[in-house]
Write a protein that binds this ligand. Structure first.
Ligand SMILES: *[C@@H]1O[C@H](CO)[C@@H](O)[C@H](O)[C@H]1NC(C)=O
Ligand SMILES: *[C@@H]1O[C@H](CO)[C@@H](O)[C@H](O)[C@H]1NC(C)=O
Length: 405
C-alpha cells in the first residue's frame, strides 16, 4: 500500500478528499500492520505513527516517515523478533530465509528473481487506471535527435518521417525544451535537457542498453539531416532484409562528402563495401572500405547497441573514431554493417553544436571544438589498441594483424 502513495505525492499534494481517503486507508493499513506484528524495536515508528492518524495529515510527513522505514529497518525488526522468540505471525516460517541469487543482475542478489525488472523503456504511462491498459501502442523502434531550437523546422520535418512505431527522444543542448510544444508530436516525445553536451554524451547517459531494451532498432541522429527521400519504416524493412546490425542511410553526394562508403548509390538497395582512394584501405573488409558507417546518422540493432554503448567512453564526447571501431561489435562486420541506398538522406552541415564552444584568444569557438575532436580520436585509438594488446598479452596469444586500426 505504501509505494503508490509515495509515487503519487510528487504530483498531487493538495489535501483533497480523495487524497484523504487514500491517506486514511494507508495509515490504517500501516497501523494495522504494525499493531499486528508489534515490532518491539521500531520505537521511532511507534512514537510517530499514532500522532499521524488523522485525516488532515500532512502527506509529506507520512511519506518521509515511511521512506525512513527502509527494508533494512524492517529486516532488523524481523531479526530482533526472531531473537525474542516471537513467532505468532504467519510470516514466521520464513524468518530464516535469506535470499541470495548470484545469477541476478549485479547488486540485486538479495531479491527474489520473480520481482526483478532489469530492463525499462521510454513508454509514457497514465497516472490512473490499470497499468496493464496504459499503452495503446508499444513503439518498437527508438529515434533520438540531438537538437537546438534553431533547427526546429528541420527536426519537425525529420520526425514526420518516423511512424507511430517510433519513440521520439530529443536531447536538447540549448536548454530550450518547452518551446517545442508548438509541435503536436512534442507532447508524446521524451525531452532530455543538458546544456552544451554532445550526442554521444547523451547516448552514454540516457541510452543504457537495459533502458532501450524493448526497441528493435535505435536511431541516434544528428539534427542537420535532410530526410526528404527517407522513410523510416521502409528503411527498417531493408535493414532486416539485408541483415544489417549497424547501418546508415546513404548520403546524397554533395560537397564535402568524406567517405566513399557512405555515398548513396542509385542502383542498389544497400551496399556493404566500396573502393577508396589508393592506399586508404589495408584490407577490403576493413574501414573505410567496408564494415563502416559514419557517426552522424547511425542505426543500431538492439544487440549491436548493447556492445557499442559499452565502447563509448565517458569522457570522449565527440565520438570521433567510433565509426572505425563499430566493427568490433558485430561479426562478420563486413556483412552486418552497411549503407541503405534506397532510403537516403542529405547531410546539410549546418554549424550547430560546434558553435557552442568557448572562444579563445584569436580563435573562433568552432576551432577549439574541432581540435578536441581530433584529440579525442587519437585518444580513443590509443585506448583501443592498448586494451587489445593488454587482452592478448594476458591471454598469451599474438595479436592478429588486423586489430591495429
Ligand atoms: C507499425 O508496425 C506495425 C506492426 O509491425 C505495422 O503493421 C504498421 O504498418 C506500422 N505502422 C506504419 C505506419 O508503418
Ligand atoms: C601479420 O604480419 C606479419 C608481419 O607483417 C606477417 O608475417 C604475417 O603473415 C601476418 N599474419 C596475418 C595473419 O596476416
Amino acid at each position: 500500500m505504501g509505494p503508490p502513495i509515495r509515487s503519487c505525492s510528487g504530483i498531487i499534494r493538495k489535501p483533497k478528499e480523495t487524497m484523504r481517503l487514500i491517506v486514511t486507508t494507508f495509515v490504517g493499513v500501516v497501523f494495522g500492520f504494525f499493531l499486528g506484528v508489534s515490532f518491539p524495536t521500531l520505537s521511532l515508528t511507534k512514537m510517530n505513527l499514532p500522532t499521524s492518524l488523522f485525516p488532515s495529515i500532512d502527506l509529506t510527513y507520512i511519506e518521509d516517515k515511511y521512506a525512513g522505514l527502509s527494508t533494512q529497518a524492517l529486516l532488523n525488526a524481523w531479526y530482533s523478533r526472531k531473537r525474542d522468540g516471537v513467532s505468532s505471525t504467519p510470516f514466521h516460517k520464513y524468518k530464516d530465509t535469506k535470499i541470495w541469487v548470484p545469477t541476478n543482475p549485479r547488486g540485486a542478489e538479495r531479491l527474489p528473481p520473480g520481482i526483478i525488472e532489469s530492463e525499462s523503456d521510454f513508454f509514457l504511462r497514465r497516472l490512473w487506471g490499470q497499468p496493464s491498459e496504459d499503452l495503446t501502442i508499444k513503439p518498437k523502434y527508438l529515434v533520438t535527435f540531438t537538437v537546438g531550437y534553431d533547427q526546429k523546422n528541420n527536426i519537425n520535418a525529420a520526425v514526420k518521417k518516423f511512424s507511430e512505431n517510433f519513440t521520439i527522444l530529443l536531447f536538447h543542448y540549448d536548454g530550450r525544451t518547452s518551446e517545442w510544444d508548438e509541435f503536436e508530436w512534442s507532447r508524446r516525445a521524451i525531452h532530455v535537457s543538458a546544456q552544451k553536451q554532445t550526442k554521444w554524451w547523451y547516448a552514454k547517459r540516457f541510452l543504457h542498453p537495459d533502458i532501450v531494451a524493448p526497441y528493435d532498432y535505435i536511431f541516434i541522429w544528428d539534427e542537420d539531416l535532410g530526410v526528404e527521400h527517407f522513410d523510416a519504416e521502409e528503411y527498417i524493412k531493408l535493414v532486416r532484409k539485408h541483415g544489417l546490425e549497424i547501418s546508415q542511410p546513404g548520403l546524397e553526394p554533395n560537397k564535402g562528402l568524406t567517405w566513399q562508403m557512405t555515398k548513396r548509390r542509385g542502383d542498389s538497395e544497400v551496399h556493404k563495401d566500396t573502393e577508396e582512394k589508393p592506399g586508404w584501405c589495408s584490407d577490403p573488409h576493413l574501414p573505410p572500405c567496408a564494415a563502416f558507417v559514419e557517426i552522424m546518422a547511425p542505426v543500431f540493432s538492439r544487440d549491436a547497441w548493447r556492445c557499442v554503448w559499452h565502447m563509448i567512453q565517458n569522457d570522449l564526447v565527440h565520438g570521433w573514431g567510433l565509426d572505425f571501431a563499430l566493427r568490433k561489435c558485430v561479426e562478420p562486420a563486413h556483412e552486418k554493417i552497411g549503407v541503405v541506398d534506397a532510403q537516403w538522406i542529405v547531410h546539410q552541415s549546418v554549424p550547430s553544436l560546434g558553435n557552442q564552444g568557448q572562444a579563445e584568444i584569436g580563435k573562433p569557438p568552432w576551432q577549439g571544438v574541432r581540435e578536441r575532436c581530433r584529440k579525442e580520436w587519437a585518444m580513443f585509438q590509443d585506448r583501443l589498441v592498448k586494451a587489445e594488446k593488454a587482452y592478448f598479452e594476458a591471454m598469451g596469444i599474438d595479436p592478429p594483424n588486423s586489430t591495429a586500426r
